[in-house]
Design a binder for this molecule. Structure first.
Ligand code: ZN
Ligand code: ZN
Ligand code: ZN
Length: 59
């Protein structure tokens, strides 16, 4: 099985086995899966994906 990367647009985190799966995409954490409501930080404190100012999943 190959390594998967979080589907959050700006997140480069490797998705753990306990990945959050949503609509066929995998996310490294709940915050990413829910598109960082209120800029909720990524599980990886070194990751800045939640700071990129996208307020939600764009359609
Ligand atoms: Zn991230
Ligand atoms: Zn992520
Ligand atoms: Zn994210």
């Amino acid at each position: 099985m190959s390594e998967r990367v979080c589907a959050c647009e700006y997140c480069k985190c490797t998705v753990p086995e306990t990945a959050v799966e949503l609509n066929g995409k995998v996310y490294c954490c709940e915050a990413c899966a829910s598109a960082h409501p209120d800029r909720a930080p990524c599980q990886n404190s070194a990751c800045n994906c939640h700071k990129h100012g996208w307020g939600g999943i764009k359609t």
